[in-house]
Design a binder for this molecule. Structure first.
Ligand code: 8YV
Length: 330
């Protein structure tokens, strides 16, 4: 759908269906092309969009790689991502071409942390196994030993990447009386570390070998692709459970499935996958994994606030101001 308006309005192309209120406001402010059918754009369609637009609004499902950026027309000055992670955008190639990139941090932190906690409870307490049995009509009644799991209180949680979401998970874990550990390139300031009662590990392998639970919360970059490879996953204790609400590619999924299958790792809670929306069939076979369809930020509140941030970033940029959420190459 295309709203043609005043010629001074920037031409904004949105790649996916956004919440109605956000789309309506965009139509008021910009010469916007929406994707009401919500059909993902293929590479050719993305190249056409960047050739025509002043601003493109992509999401995690669009690969804005160097080839797409090379196809950008002279007018394209801003890639205003709907989402916090920008691993699907070649930010360096954009910068070289004088195209700014913005994202939507901060507004999905609490919801993603809640989802990580939900996984952190679901796997050791076997919630989905119980639900499956009950719905299948296979529950024959209470018994003293039925579906026993493990408590999380008093256990050690190792957080990989202690940014906004990692810190929000740490606060929740502390409230559940877990001991918080973390690994990050740069150690947190002492006051935050002591508020979270968090133990810092400079060496990731050292931390992994001591944890009961691990939560992946770092961004996906060249350095973190398969950060949790087979060798690293083998550092985990056999009773450990791994949670991933960041990006699937940070974990070698094939290795994870193999190690869970042979009992070398106790389980996993995954909201993100290497080849979304494809799910590794080996994972689907396992009972002690909980698999969710990338829904960490899927609340009305977060998605509206993400849209607001996109609007603010575009508006500030076209008015000649520095957009609040500028992203620079990693
Ligand atoms: C978003 C996310 O739904 O913001 C992110 O980085 O992973 C998700 O919560 C998605 O990326 C929107 O593009």
């Amino acid at each position: 759908m295309s709203q043609t308006g005043n010629r001074q309005r920037p031409k904004v192309i949105v790649t996916r269906k956004l919440p109605d209120n956000i789309e309506t406001r965009m139509a008021e402010l910009f010469d916007v092309t929406l994707n009401l059918a919500d059909k993902p754009l293929d590479k050719v369609a993305l190249q056409k969009a960047v050739a025509e637009a002043d601003v493109i609004v992509p999401t995690v499902t669009d690969s804005i790689d160097a080839e797409v950026i090379a196809a950008a027309g002279k007018k394209l000055k801003l890639i205003a991502n709907f989402g916090a992670g920008v691993n699907h955008i070649d930010v360096a190639a954009a910068q070289e071409k004088g195209i700014a990139v913005t994202n939507t941090p901060g507004v999905l932190t609490e919801d993603t942390a809640d989802l990580a906690m939900a996984l952190l409870l679901s796997v050791p307490r076997r919630l989905f196994e119980g639900e499956k049995i009950l719905r299948a009509g296979d529950w024959t009644g209470w018994t003293p030993t039925f579906l026993m799991g493990h408590r999380i209180q008093g256990k050690r949680l190792g957080i990989i990447g202690m940014g906004r979401i990692g810190t929000a998970i740490a606060r929740r874990a502390k409230a559940f009386n877990m001991a918080v550990h973390y690994h990050k390139r740069k150690r947190l300031p002492a006051d935050i570390e002591s508020e979270l009662e968090a133990t810092y590990w400079d060496d990731l392998d050292e931390m992994l070998s001591r944890m009961d639970f691990v939560s992946v919360n770092c961004p996906l970059t060249e350095d973190t692709h398969h950060l949790m490879d087979r060798a690293r996953l083998k550092k985990l204790q056999p009773h450990a459970v791994i949670i991933n609400t960041a990006r699937g590619e940070i974990i070698d999924e094939e290795a994870l499935a193999d190690l869970i299958e042979v009992g070398r790792i106790a389980g996993a809670g995954l909201d993100v996958f290497e080849q979304e929306p494809e799910i590794n069939p080996k994972l689907l076979e396992l009972d002690n994994v909980v698999l969710l369809p990338h829904m960490g930020s899927a609340t009305y509140e977060a998605r509206m606030a993400m849209g607001e941030k996109v609007l603010i970033n575009i508006r500030a940029f076209v008015d000649g101001h520095r957009p609040p959420d500028r992203v620079l190459p990693y």
